[in-house]
Write a protein that binds this ligand. Structure first.
Ligand SMILES: [Zn+2]
Length: 429
């Protein structure tokens, strides 16, 4: 018949002993606290069996001696490891038994064996990877600090604080402003876990050591997710339209293009500090772009003249009229000192000749298809080729002084059915 009492110890480094005792009465027997020498009124005596490291050491009569021994060993270790919570190895166990037999006799030997074998451990919080303990931290807060240091290898303290704060707030985050970035997730590979444990005091790592182990030897992965709102330009499009008023080959801009603007929210994923993903998740156009409209002429080039002529230069004055000059007939007019040097077709027509021609220098002849022809001489350069349709006002060359000429000017003639006309009857400046 047995009555077992299980006592377990939790002893802190400050040498306080707390004993949680629970009495389990198998047969409803009462213990009498007043009975001396652990002897009950029914003649039973309590002895204490001591186990350590899975081994039975022996039984003693006085549990207080065991407690004193344990306390002394813990206190001694506490001299060296002041920061730790020290306690006997968890394999240490003392079990009370009520017996009829006489008490244990070799108590001193048993206590000496326990003194020899009992290890003082520190209570710890173990860091495990894939379920296997890889480091021992002194407590839960040292464990938390270890994980924080791992995160700080890839996130700034501000980002970490912001992330911690956002986890505590149940409300949705305010909308981002353009140019803002914030952290939405900071996560360590989820194969880490922690648990209460025991370890030899010398085997306890600092958070710095444990973080270095994770980062450098275990190559732990840290994922940081951020969201970022940025302003981006929206390129305008160009639209081309046909215009019946414009001659073929001509085009003009009817409406200037203007870029728009949009705000885009990106989610960015960083793995161990390297960007591993960037995705646009939201887009808002804040300014629509204005399309550029270009008109392209589709109007057939006219090759037959109107019979009405325009001034073939850009301003200038008549330096010589048609008529007798230096003993011979001057068959056209000379125009000099213009505002610009473009030479223009005086009426619609087709280029009949374009090139060097003796005293004319570089000259162009336009056949207006209605009996009229015009001649433009002494050009510096010619811009048209024979056969080209030249609507009235088309630039055909640049004023010069090629051929027999004493200065930069345009020599201009008009003929009708082969008969030379006085240009001043047809054009006015
Ligand atoms: Zn002339």
């Amino acid at each position: 018949m047995r009555n077992l009492t299980d006592k377990s110890f939790s002893i802190s480094g400050s040498n306080l002993i707390k004993i949680a005792a629970s009495v389990f009465l198998v047969m409803g027997l009462n213990t009498n606290p007043a009975a001396a020498e652990n002897i009950g009124h029914d003649g039973l005596k309590t002895i204490y069996h001591i186990y350590n490291d899975g081994k039975y050491i022996g039984a003693v009569n006085e549990d207080e001696k065991v407690e004193d021994l344990v306390e002394a060993k813990v206190a001694e270790a506490g001299q060296e490891f002041k920061e730790l919570n020290l306690e006997p190895d968890e394999s240490f166990n003392m079990i009370a038994e009520q017996v009829f037999e006489p008490a244990a006799k070799n108590e001193e030997e048993i206590l000496a064996a326990l003194d020899e074998e009992l290890e003082v451990k520190a209570s710890t919080f173990a860091l495990a990877m894939d379920g296997k303990v890889i480091a021992q931290l002194k407590d839960r807060s040292a464990y938390d600090e270890t994980l924080r240091q791992v995160l700080l290898a890839y996130a700034s303290p501000e980002e970490l604080d912001q992330w911690e704060a956002s986890k505590r707030t149940p409300e949705a985050l305010p909308e981002l402003e353009a140019g803002e970035t914030r952290v939405t997730l900071i996560d360590i590979e989820d194969n880490l876990s922690g648990m209460s444990d025991q370890a030899a005091p010398a085997d306890i790592s600092t958070p710095e050591e444990a973080a270095t182990l994770l980062l450098e030897e275990k190559d732990i992965t840290v994922t940081v997710e951020k969201e970022e709102k940025v302003k981006e330009g929206l390129k305008f499009e160009t639209v081309e339209k046909e215009d019946e008023e414009l001659f073929i080959g001509k085009s003009k801009v009817e409406q200037k293009g203007k870029d728009g603007e949009k705000q885009v929210v990106y989610t960015i994923t960083e793995t161990d500090g390297e960007q591993s993903g960037r995705e646009a998740v939201e887009e808002e156009v804040t300014a629509e772009p204005v399309e550029k409209v270009v008109l392209n002429g589709v109007k057939e080039l006219p090759s037959v003249g109107t019979g009405k002529f325009v001034w073939p230069a850009q301003g200038g004055y008549i330096s010589s009229k048609k008529g007798p000059r230096w003993g011979r007939e001057h068959k056209g007019i000379d125009i000099a000192q213009p505002d610009g040097f473009d030479i223009l077709a005086a009426d619609h027509g087709v280029v009949k000749a374009a090139g060097a021609d003796g005293t004319f220098g570089n000259r162009v002849i336009i056949d207006h298809g209605n009996g009229y022809e015009t001649i433009y001489a002494h050009l510096k350069t010619i811009d048209v080729k024979v056969g080209a349709k030249v609507p009235q006002g088309t630039k055909i060359g640049v004023m010069g002084t090629t051929g027999r000429s004493t200065g930069i000017h345009l020599h201009f003639e008009i003929s009708k059915n082969g008969a030379t006309q006085n240009p001043l009857d047809y054009v006015k400046q």
